[in-house]
Design a protein around this ligand. Structure first.
Ligand code: SAM
Length: 269
């Protein structure tokens, strides 16, 4: 088989640093009988140790040129199921997984990482945990806390769905070709359904998006079409503050009040 030339359009930066690979596998701690799905196995840098630990793996890979390599390389190591698909369109429900069972991992193509994370949130009840390599800057934004300049829509929305933790940084030299920026490993653990289902996701998304629309403006300004000053104050939130100082709970309260106001408006219209 001829050598595979990395394709930029598929975000192909292949891991080759064995210490980093061992560290990633150690934090994932794959066990036999677990249902692990790897997104973007590429040439198999993570696939090999994952298969060695579990003897069984399911992978989703878009680049069809890589499929025969994966088939040939891994048939000896155990049971590998390959889905040659775009993960952004992949229906995880078709896997017939039991609740809270799927472990999803991958060194993700950076160009699709944010839409992919939101795509995965639709299948959250099936997922036990997720470990991803992303650009460090994106990991910092996802894990940022209120008051931090990285804190924004991505932080609030993903922290609403999952507990998030940045585990360690991976330098460009660990990849071939080397990307221009640092990467980091993030762990995402879905929150209890009871904490997610009590909030209307559409309303939360509307409030969070509007609140951060113009970061330098006050909450009063950004939310003026959705909630009045008095309404914001009734939640013990200062309308003169900026969105970046608000906690997830405060965004949940604002979204509940917004939903209530909208529902009342619809009823009286
Ligand atoms: N896991 C390998 C490694 O660590 O060396 C490869 C990681 S590389 C950053 C990203 C992988 O995702 C590539 O194999 C690429 O072909 C694949 N990929 C890119 N876009 C994809 C998509 N939309 N759906 C599924 N796989 C995709």
């Amino acid at each position: 088989m001829t050598a595979h030339t990395p394709r930029k359009r598929f975000g192909q930066n292949f891991l080759h640093d064995q210490n980093i690979i061992a560290n990633i596998i150690s934090v994932i701690s794959p066990q036999k009988n677990q249902r692990i799905i790897e997104i973007g196995p590429g040439k198999g840098a993570l696939t090999t140790p994952l298969m060695q630990h579990t003897g069984k793996l399911e992978v989703i890979e878009l680049d069809r040129d890589l499929i025969p390599r994966l088939e040939e390389k891994f048939s000896r190591l155990g049971e590998l199921t390959i889905y040659q698909e775009d993960v952004l369109r992949f229906d995880f429900a078709q896997l017939n997984a039991t609740e809270n069972s799927l472990r999803i991992v991958g060194n993700l193509p950076y160009n699709i990482s944010t839409p992919l994370l939101f795509h995965l949130m639709a299948f959250l009840p099936l997922i036990k945990d997720m470990y991803f390599m992303l650009q460090k800057e994106v990991v910092d934004r996802i894990c940022a806390q209120p008051g931090n300049k990285e804190y924004g829509r991505l932080s609030v929305m993903l922290q609403f769905y999952c507990e998030t933790e940045s585990l360690f940084v991976v330098p460009p030299e660990a990849f071939n070709p080397a990307p221009k920026v640092n990467s980091a490993i993030i762990r995402l653990i879905p929150r209890e359904p009871s904490s997610i289902n009590t909030t209307n996701k559409g309303a939360l998304s509307t409030i969070v998006t509007a609140s951060f629309a113009q970061r330098r403006k006050t909450l009063r300004n950004n939310l003026k079409k959705l909630l009045s000053d008095e309404q914001i104050k009734s939640l013990d939130i200062d309308p003169g503050c900026r969105a970046e100082t608000l906690s997830l709970d405060e965004f949940k309260k604002l979204s509940a009040l917004y939903l209530e106001t909208k529902t009342l408006e619809t009823k009286t219209a």
